[in-house]
Design a protein around this ligand. Structure first.
Ligand code: MIG
Length: 638
């Protein structure tokens, strides 16, 4: 691998985060194109009118990130919208491209990093790092694809899930017992809709304790796992970051005894609260603790579980014992007091400060390779290291099996151990569009096995939103329908047009050979699975503003419909392409369309795919499960 196009600059004492896998010699001076103001710990570079900015992985707004303030600070925010600054993940990689020349930068700092991308000053990009113990990489390249390839070689190969994980998964927070899960399988089977995974949310556990199964709700769990597997369904349980404080619970007892939990300044284990009630947080930054926690997954892999999702690992904190006590003390002042309007706001602010309080993230410490580090300085590593703990354990304990693993929080480097889902979205059309925007940025940063909660997690979905979202989800490697407790039920059999849903899911299964091939290519060649058009059509100015069409693999472009009550959309073709309007894997129209603008009809059940000239799109005959797909006999469209 050539690395002479990558320069590394360091400030303070950078942590070895594990983000990069290649040693780059340290250069003297300031990163090319940037000035550095030591006082404000801010790097600045001018932005030309033509500069587009890509990257940052899972964030709000468009594919072109220019014009907003993005803050890397992994946050549980189930109500995110346009003005949100921080989401569940932090990938400090971005690429500046004026259409002719481009460069990338990667800020390896696991604490808070603020990217002001033309927000304060439209002609300037500023990156502020309050705790500047940073490695700053500058990556030069001929084209965006080139820069991305170099970045990906720097950070190492992306995680590859088992083949069945390219199938369709049904999830919901609220399946309470084995029979609830059996019902899901039965209803899908009755309708003949393919399905490979059913996800188990927190209700399967005993009192929300990791690595336990509630024996009343799931009697003889091991048998249940094989019963479902005999029906072609893998069960995918959730694992949460917090460990319940309970006498006699092995994970708690061992963690306390071995000193594997995060501690406060005074050496006591931090007491926080999440679903299980009071918890301690495993110190995933301590390699011994990481090994210990990782081995716990064995409890479930030993009985046939082959996949997991790691949740709440920003970590999300409902409250800490210490801060809650402070709040109660302050509340005393409010009692019997006439509240004026400002007093009232102070009072509500106080109550709002209870969850995910920034102060709480400064209350505890890690033993990071023998060094005591305050949590906030390495905050964005927590989810990464939880997932690394699992990933390393799988290699040790189940070496000949591929295990499905994806996480909510992440940082660069985690892409070697698992994928991500994009956290708690809402059943909004704008979040379908957000999903379209996030996918190429995730691809850039190595998170290729990724996807959103299809249909939307919070809020009540509608049949048409679900259908349009599935039509995009067909192309995302992680393809999971998931919803929150208390929302409208959104398994596909809950809707009226089940035939259409069946056709769409079958189309996904028909596309799996192409999807999986393109996925493996992206992994092996350090390229992108989903790309903005501008990365490929360098000469075409129009492509620089297209944010609702994507290239998927080498052969196709997709143009999803993402607005309600639309039966078509405008599509820009950067070259002559063959349009396929799919109603199912075997029912479609074809039409060759010239380069340029087109208004194209796409009824609610229709998916638009465009095949690039000289390229091929193979289709398999769908099957109920991924491993039943006949990959030898493919129909090839071109
Ligand atoms: O506080 O386990 O993002 O997918 O269903 C909510 C319950 C905790 C958040 C996850 C979501 C999951 C939910 N969890």
């Amino acid at each position: 691998m050539k690395t002479d196009n990558i320069k590394k600059f360091t400030y303070g004492t950078p942590y070895s985060t594990g983000a990069v896998v290649k040693e780059i010699p340290v250069s003297e001076g300031t990163p090319d194109r940037f000035t550095y103001d030591k006082e404000t710990e801010t790097f600045s570079a001018p932005l030309k009118k033509a500069d587009n900015i890509y990257g940052l992985g899972e964030t709000v707004r468009g594919i072109n990130k220019r014009g907003w303030l993005y803050i890397s600070n992994n946050s549980d925010n189930p109500h995110h919208e346009e003005t949100t600054n921080s989401l569940y993940a932090s990938q400090n990689f971005l690429l500046v491209d004026d259409g002719r020349e481009c460069y990338g930068i990667f800020i390896d700092n696991p604490g808070r990093v603020e990217f002001d991308l033309g927000y304060t000053d439209p002609d300037k990009m500023s990156i502020s790092i309050p705790d500047n113990d940073t490695s700053f990489y500058v990556i030069e390249g001929e084209s965006p694809v080139d820069v991305v390839r170099s970045f990906r070689q720097l950070i190492g190969k992306s995680y590859v899930p088992p083949v069945w994980a390219f199938g369709y998964g049904q999830s919901r927070w609220g399946y309470k017992c084995a029979d609830d899960i059996r019902t899901v399988e039965e209803k899908y089977r009755e309708l003949g809709i393919p399905l490979d995974m059913i996800y188990m949310d927190i209700d399967y556990m005993q009192d929300f304790k990791d690595f336990t199964v509630n024996p009343e709700r799931f009697p003889d769990f091991e048998n249940f796992v094989s019963e479902m597997k005999s029906k072609g369904i893998r069960l995918i349980p959730i694992i949460d970051a917090g460990v319940r404080i309970e006498k006699g619970y092995d994970v708690y007892e061992e963690g306390v005894e071995k000193g594997y939990f995060c501690k406060k300044e005074n050496g006591d284990n931090l007491v926080a609260a999440v679903w299980p009630g009071k918890v301690h947080f495993p110190d995933f930054l301590n390699s011994a603790a990481r090994e210990w926690f990782g081995d716990k997954y064995k409890v479930l892999t030993d009985i046939g579980i082959e996949g997991f999702w790691n949740d709440m690992n920003e970590p999300a904190i409902f409250y800490t014992e210490d801060h809650l006590n402070e709040v109660f003390a302050e509340l005393k002042d409010y009692e019997n007091k006439e509240l004026d309007i400002w007093g009232f706001f102070q009072f509500t602010d106080l109550l709002m400060s209870i969850s995910n309080n920034p102060e709480d993230y400064r209350r505890f410490f890690h033993d990071f390779d023998g060094v005591k580090v305050r949590h906030d300085k390495v905050h964005n590593l927590y989810g990464f290291y939880m997932t690394r703990s699992a990933g390393e354990a799988f290699r040790r304990n189940v070496p000949d099996k591929d295990i499905l693993m994806f996480s909510r929080a992440s940082y660069t480097g985690m892409h070697r151990y698992g994928g991500v889902w994009t956290g708690d979205n809402i059943s909004w059309w704008s979040h379908l569009l957000l999903n379209i925007h996030q996918m190429p940025s995730l691809s850039m940063t190595g998170f290729i096995y990724s996807g959103a909660d299809i249909g939307g997690f919070g809020g009540n979905t509608t049949e048409d939103l679900m259908m349009r979202w599935i039509e995009f989800g067909i192309f995302t490697p992680l393809f999971r329908n998931h919803a929150a407790l208390g929302t409208r039920e959104q398994e596909l059999y809950q809707f009226k047009r089940t035939d259409d849903f069946k056709n769409l899911i079958e189309l996904r299964y028909a596309l799996i050979p192409y999807i999986r091939d393109s996925f493996m290519k992206a992994v092996n060649e350090d390229s992108m699975y989903m790309k903005p058009l501008s990365f490929e059509y360098r000469e075409d100015e129009r492509c620089r503003e297209i944010e609702d069409q994507l290239l998927v693999g080498d052969s196709i472009m997709v143009a999803p419909v993402y607005e309600q009550n639309k039966t078509g959309r405008n599509v820009y073709l950067p070259e002559k392409m063959k349009m396929i309007r799919f109603r199912s894997f075997s029912d479609y129209d074809e039409e060759v369309l010239e380069k340029g603008d087109h208004y194209i009809k796409a009824e609610l059940n229709e998916v638009l795919v465009f095949i690039r000239p000289g390229k091929e799109l193979p289709l398999a005959k769908p099957a109920r499960h991924v491993d039943e797909i006949d990959i030898e006999n493919l129909v090839v469209l071109y």
